[in-house]
Design a protein around this ligand. Structure first.
Ligand SMILES: [Cu+2]
Length: 251
């Protein structure tokens, strides 16, 4: 919840199944709400809400009032425990991701982690995942978007990228550092069908990946469960065989 003296403070009691005007502040080292943020990926603050069982995911962009009070409409689909993450950079400071638990009252039906899969279907799109999370180092993940059996080659920039990937460790919901390889307009990054990221998995175990991408004027979210560590790795493809010990950025 707190890092470098910054704290995420949820201020709203959330209800299940109805839109909630969810409010929060981020307080700084002096205890006052932070009002000055650096814009990253087109926004001052990115707000991620997942259910504790990692079955549901929302990535939204709250509005800030002049006094530093943030508000955003969120619907918590069912009762249970949720984790909110605020991803932001205070002006003059380092990028931070702060988490807070949110309890939504009512009958709670925990769901198991979705099965490990390299293919996700969403809104008529098929997204496939290539690459593995390797504990303790940066791993290359490539997500390929298709529709009606054809690769999608006209992805639309969304928040300054062709895709945004959030990766969370099952169990403690550790938020992984992920960064995209390239961005629209850099002269080398194509608008699909592949979107490439580098992710750092701190340990072995199960992770959930959530990819936001924009196509046809709408944002779609594809989700995956992946296992990092022993036994999870795909056999290397021939062209990657000699590549395995090189650093991810060394290509
Ligand atoms: Cu965002």
């Amino acid at each position: 919840m707190s890092q470098n003296g910054y704290t995420l403070n949820p201020l709203t009691a959330a209800k299940a199944g109805e839109p909630t005007d969810f409010q929060f502040t981020v307080t700084g080292p002096g205890g006052r709400p932070v009002t000055d943020y650096k814009v990253e990926h087109d926004k001052k603050l990115h707000f991620i809400v997942v259910s504790r069982d990692l079955n549901t995911f929302q990535h939204v962009h709250p509005e800030m009032a002049a006094d530093g009070l943030w508000s955003v409409k969120v619907t918590f689909p069912a009762a249970g425990t949720y984790r909110a993450f605020a991803d932001f950079t205070p002006a003059g400071g380092q990028a931070l991701t702060l988490g807070a638990d949110i309890q939504v009252a009512g009958d709670f039906q925990p769901k198991p982690l979705p099965a490990v899969s390299r293919t996700a279907e969403v809104d008529g799109y098929t997204v496939t995942l290539d690459g593995d999370l390797i504990p303790g180092r940066s791993s290359k993940l490539t997500l390929k978007v298709g529709k009606d059996g054809k690769p999608v080659t006209d992805l639309q920039p969304y928040l300054g990228a062709y895709g945004h990937l959030v990766a969370l460790r099952a169990g403690d919901l550790a938020y992984l550092h992920v960064h995209p390889d390239g961005e629209p307009g850099d002269g080398r990054t194509k608008p699909g069908p592949e979107i490439t990221f580098y992710a750092e998995a701190p340990s072995g175990g199960d992770y959930r990946l959530f990819l936001d991408f924009q196509h046809g004027g709408a944002v779609h979210t594809a989700d995956f469960t992946v296992k990092a560590g022993e036994g999870s790795q795909q056999p290397p493809k021939p062209e990657e065989k000699n590549d395995h010990d090189s650093t991810p950025h060394g290509h």
